[in-house]
Design a protein around this ligand. Structure first.
Ligand SMILES: Nc1ncnc2c1ncn2[C@@H]1O[C@H](COP(=O)(O)OP(=O)(O)O)[C@@H](O)[C@H]1O
Ligand SMILES: [Mg+2]
Length: 252
């Protein structure tokens, strides 16, 4: 018996047997009169990491916000076999989707540990073993557990935002430019944590990024968003060698 009780307690629900964790069809989104997304179609396979690449203003954040129904949108969105089009954001979260918004998403006036507890609020069970797990993964958060989130460094806040979102043990996590504003070494750390989470827990991830190199290393599939439309859909391998993508997003 190598598996301890704690290991079991912190396992993440990797979703049902649906091969497609998220399916987005014919998605349009707008802010007032201005249409920002046009007929977006893509899928996120269960247990894999998918990435959406796009320049500033392409519509990446709006895509993630549409999936959570936080912006006016139209389209057919299926999450782990359930039609979530038009559902309330809170109901979507309760179905097992977590969103790490751009610019972090922590409660600055709460301590590190209180942020983690709030992140687990949708669960009724004991949160301590999960908190321990994230403290193991991010020792800097443990050292600062009673410090207010707003007083952490950018990298620490990003770690906290990720850990907080994962406290709900989501089937799918949406990550909005997790590398934004972080030092290169911290970005590498963060992406290796994402890889570990995906490989060890089978957690499905959708990452949007301008910084494509690391994202493509851990993704199986990717899409390029330009001016509100998906213009490329390829395997991560193909994207890494696509010369137009290299030029625009890989700093080649
Ligand atoms: N709250 C908003 N109101 C009006 N326009 C917005 C709003 N948020 C974003 N936009 C516009 O929508 C477009 C896409 O933005 P966004 O989804 O944030 O792009 P990205 O995340 O790829 O940088 C941009 O032209 C942006 O100016
Ligand atoms: Mg954005």
């Amino acid at each position: 018996m190598t598996e301890t009780k704690d290991d079991k307690a912190t396992q993440i629900d990797a979703g049902s047997s649906n091969k497609t964790m998220l399916s987005v069809k014919n998605l349009d989104a707008s802010y007032g009169q201005i249409q920002v997304l046009r007929d977006i179609n893509f899928e996120v396979p269960t247990g894999e990491v998918s990435v959406i690449l796009g320049a500033n203003g392409a519509g990446k954040t709006t895509t993630l916000r549409s999936i959570c129904n936080m912006v006016t949108n139209n389209g057919a969105i299926t999450f782990d076999g359930v039609d979530i089009s038009g559902k309330d954001t809170a109901d979507i979260v309760n179905l097992g989707m977590a969103h790490v918004p751009q610019g972090r998403g922590t409660f600055p006036e709460l301590s590190v540990i209180d942020n983690l507890e709030v992140g687990g609020y949708v669960r009724k069970d004991n949160l301590d073993s999960d908190i321990d797990r994230w403290f193991q993964m991010f020792p800097r958060l443990k050292e600062r557990k009673d410090q207010l989130a707003g007083s952490l460094s950018g990298g620490e806040q990003q770690m906290l935002a990720v850990a907080r979102a994962l406290m709900s043990r989501p089937k799918l996590v949406l990550l909005d430019e997790p590398s934004l504003g972080l030092a290169p070494l911290i970005i590498e750390d963060l992406f290796s944590t994402f890889k570990e989470l995906n490989q060890e827990s089978g957690m499905t991830m959708l990452i949007v990024e301008q910084n494509a190199n690391l994202a493509l290393e851990i993704a199986s599939h990717g899409y390029v968003l330009e001016a509100g439309e998906i213009v490329v859909s390829e395997s991560a391998e193909e994207l890494r060698t696509n010369s137009a993508v290299q030029e625009a997003y890989l700093g080649a």
